[in-house]
Design a protein around this ligand. Structure first.
Ligand SMILES: [Zn+2]
Ligand SMILES: [Zn+2]
Length: 553
């Protein structure tokens, strides 16, 4: 029997974000991506959500390497967390490694960075695996599909992908090689991106955006133009720069990550802007506004990003006027709609004209839609299939698509975060789950538990009520209080009466309890909490956090 291959999905199956899987054979493990996710409104104060890597840490002595398929945060964002616990080489393209290098430096981990560059169509040993890396088109350059040549046959991981036949850099997804592998030796198992599995049709080519931008720029004669985009979307930046140059404008980069990524991409040779056509934001006052195209971050309404600061009138560099045109070359990621709308309103208040993807075709997705997924399935013809990279509904849609193309029900395996599967001579089987919990990170505080998050939600929704009482346990007396202090619960003037009622109820119940000389402080705190909670609920129908403090003396 040939050596089986085990895959443990640590994140990205059940959400868009924090992608991470571990693939192992003969006791040795390779990590495939290690990303993060950002906190939303339902996660107050959470900066990022990481995969629970404890299973990897428990098996650290068996982990040989990590492969980074591309440089999006949902694929490389948790690498500092991984490297803080173990040392290992990281394989990726030159651009991907440049982005990782910066991230590790920022985290003070550059000494641990053993970064190993791969090139398109390289075939090399990574840990126990014979790996082949193929080019793939996506909304960031230099991504790679990985084909693991194993004793169980080829395992193909699609990475995030679309099938762009006219990509900006001419580097197409290597469908012919996938087809060749599908034919001989055949693809035993495919793991493929499900982000747009519920969307019919195909995504438009990235190179179509350039023409739209150029004609939009032409209509802005005499005005300053500002374009917001993802700082990592180098091919979009290329097209913005080309449109700027074609219409006699100079590109000005605004925002730290924008400047850094533009520099990296130009150094690596994948972004071509002539020196005379690019300036730093420090020079903005010397330039004629009609001859400027500012490219900046903030297309998702991120709180501290350049465009958000402009919309709030807090930008150090630029004050907007009715002579400005702002283009959102992006689409709000689900969950960011409200933040983006707030930025748009802010821009409109300054008199700026705003264009977005709802009005003009200034954006296209980096993830393949149904027709593209069908094309991939039809050339790869996998024997087994596991949909990855998506919310649960996306995974189900991708599974249905595969079945619709003739795959047998039992050959399509739905997995979730934490699931472990094995590929053996008998095919794919579920082994069980290793957890797949979310790890919440809160600034420098470190890991946050569900308890703290629950408390934050309560505080945010209903505020808190504190009851402070000093007692003499031996004499069975209240010495001071109850003093009631609340925040975020009810408005004045009703507040005073409510607080007094809480104090009275707590006092009454505590007096009764204190008659029993055996009572202790914990028990009294419990009684105070109940009395306060009951009164609060009866009078206001709210559920603020109740914090009883009962002290002796
Ligand atoms: Zn991606
Ligand atoms: Zn992704």
């Amino acid at each position: 029997m040939a050596a089986p291959v085990t895959i443990t999905f640590l994140g990205g199956l059940g959400e868009i974000g924090r992608n991470c899987a571990a693939i192992e054979t003969e006791g040795r493990i390779v990590v495939l991506d290690c990303g993060q996710m950002f906190g939303g409104d339902d996660l107050p104060g959470v900066d990022s959500v990481l995969p629970d890597l404890s299973w990897l840490f428990d098996n650290a002595d068996r982990v040989d390497a990590c492969i980074a398929t591309h440089a999006h945060e949902d694929h490389i964002g948790a690498l500092p967390h991984l490297l803080a616990h173990m040392s290992l080489p990281i394989y990726g393209s030159r651009f991907t490694l440049g982005m990782i290098d910066h991230k590790l430096r920022e985290a003070g981990l550059s000494k641990k960075a053993d970064l190993r560059e791969i090139h398109d169509r390289d075939r090399l040993d990574v840990g126990p695996f014979d790996c082949e890396f193929l080019p793939v088109t996506h909304s960031i350059p230099s991504g790679n599909i990985t084909a693991f040549h194993t004793a169980q046959g080829v395992i193909l991981h699609s990475s995030d992908f679309k099938l762009d036949l006219t990509p900006v850099d001419g580097r197409r997804t290597d469908l012919s090689r996938i087809g060749a592998l599908g034919f001989d030796p055949g693809i035993r198992l495919m793991l493929a991106d499900s982000t747009n599995a519920d969307r019919p049709g195909s995504s438009r080519s990235e190179s179509e955006i350039g023409g739209v931008l150029t004609s939009l720029f032409r209509g802005q004669e005499g005005r300053r133009v500002i374009v917001a985009s993802f700082a990592s979307h180098i091919h979009r930046l290329q097209q913005i720069a080309d449109a700027a140059v074609a219409t006699g404008r100079v590109v000005v980069t605004l925002g730290l990550s924008m400047r850094r990524n533009v520099k990296l991409a130009r150094d690596v040779g994948i972004l071509r802007i002539p020196d005379h056509a690019i300036r730093d934001i420090e020079d903005i006052d010397e330039l004629d506004p009609e001859r400027v195209c500012v490219v900046c971050t903030g297309s998702q309404g991120e709180p501290r990003a350049a465009l958000t600061m402009m919309a709030n009138g807090m930008s150090k560099w630029m004050q907007l006027t009715d002579n400005d045109t702002v283009i959102f070359s992006s689409h709000p990621i689900p969950g960011n709609e409200a933040a983006v709308a707030a930025v748009r309103n802010g821009l409109a208040r300054h008199g700026a004209s705003v264009f977005h993807s709802g009005q003009v075709d200034v954006h296209t997705s980096g993830h393949g839609k149904q027709q593209e997924l069908q094309t991939l399935h039809s050339v790869a013809v996998p024997e087994w299939f596991v949909p990855v990279h998506g919310e649960y509904a996306h995974l189900v849609a991708h599974a249905e698509l595969a079945r619709g193309m003739g795959m047998a029900d039992d050959r399509v395996v739905l997995c979730e975060d934490g699931d472990q599967i094995v590929l053996s001579d008998d095919g794919v089987e579920h082994l069980g789950s290793v957890g797949g919990d979310h790890l919440y990170v809160d600034g420098t505080v470190g890991d946050l538990g569900n308890m703290v998050l629950g408390e934050r939600r309560t505080l945010g929704d209903d505020g808190f009520v504190t009851v402070v009482v000093h007692v003499d346990l031996e004499r069975g007396e209240i010495l001071a209080g109850p003093d009631v202090v609340s925040r975020g619960w009810v408005e004045q003037p009703a507040l005073v009466a409510h607080e007094t009622a809480v104090a009275d109820a707590v006092e009454q119940d505590l007096m009764k309890a204190l008659e029993d000389r055996d009572v202790d402080l914990d028990r009294l705190a419990q009684i105070a909490r109940r009395a306060a909670g009951r009164t609060v609920n009866d009078r206001t129908r709210r559920r603020p956090m109740i914090v009883p403090v009962v002290r002796e003396g």
